[in-house]
Ligand binder design. Structure first.
Ligand code: NIG
Ligand code: FE
Length: 415
């Protein structure tokens, strides 16, 4: 099976040339080729370059797509979502419009625990149906790989149900899905008097089961005032790592309790949010290998401070951006919208926003050796957009500019 994309008006390759991330000034280099050709064979990219240099002999049954109207980019990688959930929280959104804060709403019984209630009550079939629709829509908006966390069960039965839904979706949906166990998303009501025994339940029962059944690749934790402490983060991520899972940490979202430093110390693959990171957190992340996953949609939606993207990039830390799609703090999974917010509020350039949503985001899922850029040997995960220039993706916001999505070399049809 061959697919030839010819006369591509503008190709954004985000070429990594063997690197797993792009950092510092190199985040702004996105490898543009005007009038380009890409040849795909069996889902893998075989040739990329300027159209006049293409000399290969094509097979008889090669599909050919003329792309002279299109700007082509790598499919987006959304490296942080809570896509499986039941219920919705539009009332909290309305309360915030009237001046209540996310924390006040949580204290009044809303927040994560309200979605936990709805998710515990939902069947596997219902959760899967809801998630499938969201995945379809996400792909239409150009996302070709996504991380999905558990964390709205907070008991063994529902956490595992969520992970099973995620694993079935990965098998059945064209999207590449990376599962993350987030049993430590909040302390469930049953353990409010004794949070430490919930940490024990995670370490002694849930994590060993998740590791044995391979239901998750990563283990994440909400390290935050009112949720889990740095000490509990060390315990849970330490245990997860001893069982072969990689670590992620929700860090410095609402306050700074040293979570990003803990993520660096634990060699977490990513530290996410970082809206309140300080100079010492930045110093600790630097050279730790931990990727900073920024979630501009959350700061926008909750009207919270934005992460200091410039300081993180200037420090040479690999920066990714993700949606954090969830019913409470960001009810959007549009990666181009996240790019717009990153540019206007965090002062990232459109080029940096692209690198952060593709190659570096793939690295935050340990997938950047197979996706996140358009290069020979990588999976053909691409989007085609009928726009004048790649900058339109962050510039022309609030509309879907993605015309075609190619996943592993297949042009997807949307109903
Ligand atoms: O990433 N920070 C923790 N979890 C989510 C919020 C989830 C919710 O409000 O349901 C977040 O912002
Ligand atoms: Fe999150």
């Amino acid at each position: 099976m061959q697919l030839l994309l010819k006369n591509i008006k503008q190709l954004v390759t985000v070429n990594a040339r063997g690197m797993l991330t792009r950092t510092g000034a190199e985040m702004g280099e996105i490898g543009i080729i005007n009038n380009a050709t890409v040849l795909v064979e069996n889902g893998v990219i075989r040739w990329v370059g300027p159209a006049p240099d293409f000399q290969e002999r094509l097979k008889k049954d090669t599909d050919v797509l003329d792309c002279n109207e299109y700007v082509a980019l790598p499919g987006f990688v959304d490296a942080h979502t809570h896509l499986v959930f039941a219920g919705s929280r539009e009332n909290e959104f309305a309360m915030r419009a009237e001046g209540k804060t996310y924390q006040q709403i949580t204290e009044q019984g809303g927040g994560i625990l309200s979605t936990v209630q709805a998710t515990r009550a939902a069947s596997k079939k219902d959760l899967k149906k809801l998630a499938t629709r969201r995945l379809d829509d996400m792909m239409r908006h150009g996302t070709t790989s996504v991380e999905i966390k558990s964390g709205y069960g907070l008991n063994e039965e529902t956490e595992m149900r969520m992970l099973e839904v995620i694993s079935e979706l990965d098998r059945e949906h064209p999207m590449t899905i990376v599962p993350t166990f987030l049993g430590a998303h909040a302390v469930p009501p049953e353990y409010r008097q004794n949070p430490e025994s919930y940490v024990d339940l995670i370490c002694d029962r849930m994590l060993p089961y998740v590791a044995k059944t391979k239901l998750a690749v990563f283990c994440d934790i909400f390290c935050e005032t009112g949720y889990f402490s740095v000490e509990q983060t060390r315990k849970i991520i330490g245990k997860a790592k001893s069982l072969g899972l990689d670590g992620k940490v929700h860090a410095d979202e609402l306050a700074n309790i040293g979570a990003s430093s803990a993520a660096a110390e634990l060699k977490a693959v990513s530290a996410d949010h970082l809206d309140h990171i300080d100079a010492s957190g930045i110093a600790r992340l630097k050279n730790s290998g931990t990727i900073a996953v920024l979630l501009p949609g959350v700061s926008f939606f909750l009207n919270h401070p934005h992460a200091q993207a410039r300081a993180l990039i200037d420090a040479g830390i690999p920066v990714a951006i993700a949606s954090d799609f969830n019913p409470g703090s960001c009810m959007s999974f549009s990666m181009p919208l996240m790019m717009t917010i990153a540019c206007t509020q965090m002062k990232m350039t459109p080029e940096e926003a692209i690198t952060a949503s593709t190659l570096n985001a793939a690295a935050a899922l340990k997938l950047s050796h197979i996706t996140g850029s358009i290069e020979v040997g990588k999976q053909a995960d691409m989007i085609l957009c009928e726009i004048a220039d790649y900058k339109f993706l962050s510039y022309h916001f609030g509309v879907n500019l993605v015309s075609k999505v190619i996943k592993k070399g297949i042009i997807l049809e949307f109903s």
